[in-house]
Design a protein around this ligand. Structure first.
Ligand SMILES: Cc1cc2nc3c(=O)[nH]c(=O)nc-3n(C[C@H](O)[C@H](O)[C@H](O)COP(=O)(O)OP(=O)(O)OC[C@H]3O[C@@H](n4cnc5c(N)ncnc54)[C@H](O)[C@@H]3O)c2cc1C
Length: 386
């Protein structure tokens, strides 16, 4: 018999949540993480992650988001940590742009609370934005932000309390399935389990080579800017926001909280492909210029040199969808993708889904859009196939 039921490889957002859900259901869990708790080398750092219920990316995500909100609140109750702050979300752009039109479609399909604002109403509510005349906004009262490092640490703490064995500073080198068990080989030991969950973020293709043709890690840059008028940029005044400028890209930002400055980034940044180990190369003047161009045009009170910058990795799959499924090569290997730059808000529900799949063989949550077959169809559509 294998020494444990499930080995979770990678204890970032997805792996930590999976370890928590598995351990509290009584599974014998071993979690293996190459670096430390809530470290800054993967995709789950940077003090804030946006969460919202109406989803311009695709309404198919909304049922999972409802569950994700419940699970974040449950994680707060169990850990005693404050992880989720509601500020509302302001999604700004042209009425027919991807963000505003997509969110509105999502609101209509799922009867979500929202309000449409014209330019004058945006100005009354949030006077810091400079916007073209034809811009509107969709206001989502449920939007807000998560504290990613605290959330990962909370899941890890609860998993350990529930009996999971968690190894940090240990790197998995390979996964070797055979008839009896799945063996995970690290730089220190070999471990056997009935199933393995691979939640290795940008490094996923090192351990699951089948994903390599589809996974595209890209370098992202975040900047923190000190406003000229702080009173207008705190959580009571500035909500989490996205400004969709069409071909000029979408930028997003967070209010200043807990003494930090205002964080701003361009979704996708320069879409620069990187190896997972070199995404952290230093921030260059052209990276800062991307952010300042946006600030000069839309948020002039923030325009200036950043007080801090950071890099992070988006690991994109076809059409920026997720993958949560068993590996085609062996059904005992479950794969949680790093979710194309928008997955953090879902980690609390993806952990539950992975635990369902590993322990019950299926999940009642709607995951068909995130199957391997669905990803392959999207890849073929991207390539111009049928
Ligand atoms: C700049 C930026 C902004 C974002 N903004 C948002 C947002 O506002 N809202 C949102 O919902 N999402 C957002 N995302 C996306 C979200 O953060 C990611 O989807 C999520 O963090 C991915 O989590 P993960 O657990 O898959 O990856 P990670 O957190 O990178 O975890 C993977 C872990 O696996 C470990 N690992 C890898 N290989 C091995 C190995 N061989 N052995 C042992 N351990 C290994 C790594 O060390 C790492 O800890 C953003 C991402 C970025 C980069």
């Amino acid at each position: 018999m294998a020494a444990c039921d499930v080995i979770v490889i990678g204890l970032g957002a997805m792996g930590a949540a999976a370890a928590d859900h598995l351990a509290r259901r009584g599974a014998r869990v071993l979690g293996i993480e190459r670096f430390g708790i809530a470290h800054g080398r993967g995709s789950s750092h940077g003090r804030s992650r946006a969460i919202r219920l109406a989803y311009f990316e695709d309404p198919a995500y909304v049922p999972l988001l409802r569950r994700a909100y419940e699970n974040w609140r449950d994680l707060e109750r169990r850990s005693g940590e404050s992880l989720l702050s509601i500020t509302g979300t302001l999604e700004i752009g042209r009425p027919d742009g991807a963000v505003v039109a997509g969110s509105l479609a999502s609101c209509r399909q799922h009867q979500l609370m929202h309000e449409m604002l014209d330019r004058a109403s945006i100005r009354r509510r949030c006077p810091v934005f400079e916007l073209p005349e034809d811009y509107v906004a969709l206001w989502q009262p449920d939007g807000g932000y998560l504290r990613p490092e605290a959330a990962v640490a909370a899941s890890i703490g609860l998993a350990a309390e529930a009996g999971a064995q968690l190894h940090f500073g240990e790197q998995v080198r390979s996964i070797e399935p055979d008839a009896g068990a799945v063996t995970v080989v690290t730089d220190e030991a070999r471990y056997e389990a009935g199933q393995v969950i691979v939640a290795a973020g940008p490094w996923l293709a090192d351990l699951v080579p089948e994903i390599a043709p589809h996974l595209r890690p890209t370098r992202q840059v975040l900047g923190w800017f000190w406003p000229r008028d702080m009173a207008a940029f705190g959580p009571g005044r500035l909500p989490v926001f996205i400004v969709d400028d069409g071909a000029d890209g979408a930028h997003y930002g967070f209010p200043a909280f807990e003494g930090s400055a205002v964080k701003v980034a361009r979704h996708g940044h320069l879409d620069e492909p990187v190896g997972p180990d070199n995404a952290r190369r230093p921030v260059r003047p052209e990276d800062v210029a991307v952010l300042r161009r946006f600030l000069a045009a839309r948020l002039p009170l923030l325009d200036g040199e950043p007080v801090q910058t950071a890099t992070c990795t988006y690991s994109r799959l076809p059409e920026d969808f997720f993958l949560i499924d068993r590996a085609p090569s062996d059904p005992r290997i479950l794969v949680a993708s790093p979710c194309s730059g928008h997955g953090f808000k879902f980690a609390s529900v993806i952990g539950e889904i992975l635990a369902d799949l590993a322990m019950a063989g299926a999940t009642p949550l709607p995951v068909a859009p995130f199957s391997w077959a669905a990803m392959a169809r999207r890849a073929s559509a991207d390539a111009g196939g049928d």
